[in-house]
Design a protein around this ligand. Structure first.
Ligand code: FAD
Ligand code: FES
Length: 262
């Protein structure tokens, strides 16, 4: 079920250059149950008609707040970054299918792979897995040291390994290099979850194509966000006709590896 509400901004902080953390409060939070789901935010500007999809980074049911982390890309996110505590935002949520954590049992292990601004939904995911007594290992790739966020918060939950494209922090390289090292240590995760740029997702999709519990969260340009307009379709894999498609907004954004063409 997705609902609409004017949610109140409880706080807004800059985490890194052009990256902001915003906490929102409202009754809608009690509907937000799954990590990997997203909010569809109306930009408070009449010229910008389309809502902007942003993932849930954290859900606090006790305080009725949720957190989003976003990077300023264009006009919409620029507007959000100028908003202050006490302002309200028109939100449609919770949208999409999130990460399935029922597949991994207590005492088992999960590998969480993220890149850049794909990292936010993995925080709520990791928290949920920890609550289930699942051991989590995080592999994160960032462009530079400057744009790393939430490292300490993830370290509280489990091991964190970081790579940077320019070598300014952690391993010089990308997340695939971290993964190769982990594999060489014979770590075999019981579940795999990934979110990030399409190049990284392609790598994870290929590497874990045969894994029974490996999931990737896709990004796609969206309009309605609720399955009505077909703006966000992607093609299904293993479809010789090339005609079968999925809507990222309501059949995703999380898919099983091998399920869709990235
Ligand atoms: C399911 C999902 C979850 C997302 N979660 C996050 C998140 O947690 N943090 C974050 O920083 N970004 C996230 N994004 C990307 C975010 O939606 C875009 O960066 C944002 O919509 C850009 O809006 P803009 O007005 O600033 O940019 P503009 O480029 O001006 O946007 C123009 C139009 O393109 C759309 N658009 C532009 N880039 C994207 C994109 N990458 N994906 C989808 N639509 C796009 C906008 O919604 C808008 O309709 C997510 C995208 C999806 C699909
Ligand atoms: S955005 Fe309209 S169907 Fe997905």
């Amino acid at each position: 079920m997705h609902l609409q509400e004017e949610m109140r901004i409880v706080s807004q902080h800059k985490l890194a250059p052009a990256i902001f953390e915003m906490k929102l409060a409202g009754k809608l939070v009690k509907e937000m149950k799954q990590a990997g789901q997203f909010l569809h935010l109306r930009v408070p500007c009449p010229d910008l008609l389309l809502r902007r999809p942003i993932s849930l980074a954290e859900i606090d049911l006790k305080l009725s707040t949720c957190t989003i982390i976003y990077r300023v890309e264009g006009c919409g996110t620029e507007y959000f970054s100028k908003m202050k505590q006490g302002d309200t935002l028109d939100i449609l949520a919770p949208l999409g299918n999130g990460f399935d954590i029922s597949v991994v049992k207590p005492g088992k292990s999960a590998l969480i792979i993220g890149g850049g601004i794909g990292v936010p939904p993995l925080y709520e995911l990791s928290k949920k897995l920890i609550t289930k007594s699942v051991k989590v290992v995080h592999l994160f790739g960032f462009a530079t040291k400057e744009v790393i966020f939430y490292e300490e918060k993830f370290r509280v939950l489990g091991e964190v390994r970081i790579s940077t494209d320019d070598g300014s922090y952690g391993v010089h390289g990308h997340v695939g290099d971290l993964l190769e090292k982990l594999e060489a240590e014979n770590f075999t995760p019981d579940a795999v979850y990934a979110c990030g740029a399409s190049g990284m997702l392609k790598m994870v999709d290929k590497k874990f194509a045969m894994h029974p519990y490996a999931f990737i969260s896709l990004e796609s340009r969206m309009a309605c966000g609720v399955g009505a307009c077909y703006a966000c379709v992607c093609h299904k894999n293993r479809d010789p006709t090339g005609t079968k498609s999925c809507k990222v907004c309501d059949q995703g954004p999380v898919f099983k590896t091998g399920e869709v063409v990235i």
